[in-house]
Design a protein around this ligand. Structure first.
Ligand code: ZN
Length: 846
């Protein structure tokens, strides 16, 4: 009651203050000039709320989500009074232009969305957002009020508040007084992990498409309710670099329209005009491309907007002031003024061309709906694929408003077969999922599913392949013909009627991440679980390798065992199989030594300085937010002092390690021999290869090593006369940024359970390791190797032929698992998570 009363009172105060709020500038509101300090997120939010309260007929404040650390994610919408009254109509009209809503638009207003500070330590952006907001909100500013007549602006002051406050708190703590411009000062050197990433250390500017993070999920939902025509993602880069703005660098994906390219130029020219007036340095058409679909510029671009990245020099090094290579000071004020200027310039040029911007936007989607240019018109996902994977992909497509479903009739046709990577005959059935590109998100669909993305220029900023058919390991086709959706896809539910009440054992298939989550939940709830290493049949059903078996025996301590297990299985949508006997019809009996007991592992994860913050965060997030299984993070700085004996599994994420000296490797080796399971990923393998006690070798023999060195020496000799302006291209010859390779699996090894004979691997480094002489070469690249998709330097491929990608070394009572490719990369490789989970839970069964 008291609570209710005080809530009413608060509301009254709030309403009262509404009426008398006078619009304040950021300086008036904060009590200091922008650029004098880094403003913490809660104050920024308060300022945005203040402005909304002061201009209630022009500004709408929306909280659209919350970060992992419980900071609010907010957007404000700024409009003229007239447009503000019609805001919902304007939004719906805009969706009519895209085809998401039916009907003809009655309004004609452009929509600009400005997103700030996705990288937390690129911290001028949020400061700039307040200045930009104030100018747009200020009725005395005749220029901005004129633009708002035909343009609505949305401002997200901070996409990544957790990372940004991490940076702001760091700087507030370490900053000198007065600020020290020397780049050597601690205030310019953030400690690990820095403020760039979010709580789980994900790069949110790589997550727009995959949406692994809560910030992305909340934002994409809002984004797709509005679908702006112009989107700017504000960034910072090295402090010695002049400003970058549109047009973008090559490669530009082929789906980008002529108008999008044209308007990028128009925006660039307008920004240049303002920069020229002030004499500020800038560059365009270099470095920042439009290709990988999960950025804050490409995602909007593939959704019909003019998507752009703006980059100011500064970033985590910048502080309040720093001395550049020219010996000049670069201040926070300079930096925020540049972002502010370009933010307004973008609104200006949009407003000047508002009618054209909306007309072209409409045209883009008309083309999508009626006459899309890309050669592959329909992607078919076979019904025979694992139902969990289909469910998951479907749910993910829903978040992007991608349209899909079942066709009205089956047919025989021709198409690209993702399993064989050939053009061959293709059968489409009425249970398959079809996704055609005659839809609002058609171009986005193309970038995600096309068998090959044409890379106009191989110098790119990121991975060059990401196809979801390979990421999920799905069978299906890409067709040149259109197949329409006739029926909606329904999430598949496990049928569980007539489950035997007191069986000898329960059996569960093990083929997807949902099965892994179920295994993790059983182990967490103290169920004793076994895994069959051999296929078998019993009671008329066939069971693959990896099948999970929960016997009545050993589970006597679980209260109301049958009910508890069945309830958990039903809750997690698992199909329950039972057997009344341990005597199988074929294969090994349930009591056989080939049916291994899986101990619930106590898992330790190495984190902190020297680990790759991204690689560490991927595993951390996986355990806490996907598997819901406990993990203990142990810091690199005290790792040596802890007792490993308490843990069953130790995960060493990718990183550049200095800590693994002979003594520590000896300690870890002994722990493995005593029964520990060590998982080492990607660059971390360098600390274990060719080391005493570990079987990992870059080259199997001295001869092979010498041969490789000889060829390297020859390359170096050849490169002596490389012309100055070809050096960058020369480096590409041995590079792999991110390409998809087909890895042969030993499907009989537990590391492969649930995956089959092949695994499509996203490889992001040219690292190579030879076949292990005393270990299981579970994943291998055999014969002549080249990627199925994406770019790899022509010199990189031959070095990968006949190499180990995933290996398991048995050592005493334990195992070392080597993962050369990082299966957890950006948390979007669904099959990679399965492989990784096998390493954690299934390998080393007793
Ligand atoms: Zn950035």
């Amino acid at each position: 009651m008291i609570k209710l009363f005080s809530a009413i009172l608060l509301n009254l105060i709030f309403i009262a203050s509404f009426a008398q709020t006078q619009l304040q500038s950021p300086e008036q509101f904060l009590g200091y000039e922008l650029g004098d300090r880094f403003t913490r997120h809660h104050k920024v939010v308060e300022y945005f709320q203040h402005v909304a309260a002061a201009r209630p007929n022009n500004i709408k404040f929306i909280q659209y989500g919350e970060t992992y650390e419980h900071r609010p994610l907010v957007v404000t919408i700024i409009a003229s009074e007239e447009n503000f009254k019609n805001l919902e109509q304007i939004r719906l009209d805009n969706l009519k232009r895209t085809g998401f809503e039916q009907g003809t638009p009655a309004t004609n207003v452009a929509l600009v969305w400005l997103s700030y500070n996705v990288h937390g330590n690129e911290a001028n952006s949020t400061e700039a957002s307040m200045k930009t907001l104030y100018d747009l909100a200020n009725p005395a500013n005749s220029k901005t009020q004129e633009w708002l007549k035909n343009t609505v602006v949305m401002i997200d002051p901070c996409i990544n508040p957790d990372g940004r406050d991490r940076y702001a708190n760091f700087y507030n703590q370490y900053g000198n007084y007065p600020a020290d411009p020397s780049p050597d000062a601690t205030e310019h050197r953030e400690p690990w992990p820095g403020g760039r990433a979010n709580h789980y250390l994900f790069d949110l500017n790589r997550d727009w498409a995959w949406q692994s993070q809560t910030e992305s999920q909340a934002r994409i939902k809002l984004y797709n309710q509005w679908m702006p025509q112009v989107h700017v993602d504000f960034h910072e880069m090295g402090y010695n670099t002049p400003y970058f703005f549109a047009p973008a660098a090559e490669p530009l994906h082929e789906v980008i329209s002529k108008w999008q390219r044209e308007f990028l130029n128009m925006v660039g020219r307008n920004n240049a005009k303002h920069f020229d007036e002030n004499g500020w340095l800038y560059f365009t058409k270099e470095r920042y491309d439009l290709f990988y679909p999960s950025y804050g510029d490409t995602y909007p671009t593939y959704s019909g907007a003019i998507g752009m990245t703006y980059e100011q020099g500064g970033g985590g090094f910048g502080g309040l002031t720093i001395t550049t290579k020219e010996g000049d000071p670069l201040t926070l004020k300079d930096r925020l003024t540049h972002h502010y200027t370009n933010g307004l310039s973008t609104i200006e040029v949009t407003s000047q061309n508002a009618a054209k911007v909306t007309a072209e936007f409409e045209k883009y989607f008309k083309e999508n709906l009626t006459n899309p240019a890309s050669p592959y018109k329909t992607f078919v996902i076979k019904a025979e694929n694992n139902a969990d994977k289909l469910n998951r992909l479907a749910a993910w497509m829903d978040t992007h408003r991608i349209q899909y479903g079942h066709p009205s009739a089956g047919k025989s046709t021709k198409g690209f077969n993702f399993k064989t990577q050939t053009n061959s005959s293709a059968t489409v059935s009425t249970n398959d999922i079809v996704i055609n590109i005659y839809q609002p998100k058609g171009r986005f669909v193309t970038t995600l599913f096309e068998p090959q993305s044409n890379l106009g220029d191989s110098i790119t900023y990121d991975i060059t392949a990401w196809n979801l058919m390979y990421a999920y390991g799905l069978d299906g086709y890409a067709l040149n013909e259109r197949i329409n959706v006739a029926k909606p896809y329904e999430q598949q539910k496990a049928e569980n009627s007539n489950v035997a009440s007191k069986p000898y054992a329960y059996l569960f298939k093990y083929q997807s991440m949902e099965d892994v989550k179920f295994l993790a939940a059983m182990l967490k709830n103290d169920f004793k679980v076994r895994s069959s290493e051999k296929a078998f049949s019993v009671g008329g059903n066939n069971y693959d390798r990896g099948t999970l078996i929960v016997t009545r025996r050993n589970n006597e301590s679980i209260a109301d065992f049958d009910n508890a297990l069945q309830t958990l299985a039903k809750k997690m949508n698992r199909k329950i199989y039972t057997t009344s006997t341990g005597f199988v019809d074929s294969g090994k009996d349930i009591g056989s030594g080939d049916v291994k007991f899986l101990k619930a592992p106590k898992v330790a994860l190495l984190g902190g300085d020297q680990t790759s913050s991204l690689g560490f965060g991927e595993v951390w997030h996986f355990f806490e937010r996907q598997l819901m299984y406990p993990v203990t993070v142990i810091g690199t700085d005290y790792f040596k002092s802890i007792s490993l004996a308490k843990y069953d599994v130790l995960i060493i994420p990718p990183g550049r390690y200095r800590m693994f000296d002979d003594e520590l490797l000896g300690k870890i080796g002994k722990w493995v021999s005593d029964g520990g399971r060590l998982i080492v990923t990607s660059q971390a393998l360098n600390s274990f290869s060719d080391k005493k006690g570990f079987g990992l070798k870059e080259y199997a023999s001295e001869e092979a090593k010498k041969a490789a060195e000889k060829s390297e020496t020859q390359t170096a000799k050849d490169n002596v006369l490389v012309p100055y302006d070809e050096a960058e291209r020369k480096e590409l010859e041995s590079a792999i940024f991110g390409a998809i390779y087909k890895v042969t699996l030993d499907s009989s090894h537990p590391l492969s359970f649930g995956l089959g004979d092949y695994y499509y691997s996203l490889r992001t480094t040219p690292m190579r390791f030879d076949y292990m002489q005393n270990g299981w070469n579970v994943g291998t690249l055999r014969g002549n190797v080249k990627p199925l998709m994406g770019f790899a330097g022509y010199k990189a491929n031959p070095t990968l032929s006949n190499t180990m990608v995933f290996g398991v070394e048995d050592k005493g009572r334990g195992q070392v698992i080597y993962l050369v490719d990082n299966p957890m990369f950006r948390s979007f490789w669904e099959n990679g998570k399965m492989l990784f989970s096998n390493a954690v839970f299934v390998v080393g069964g007793m």
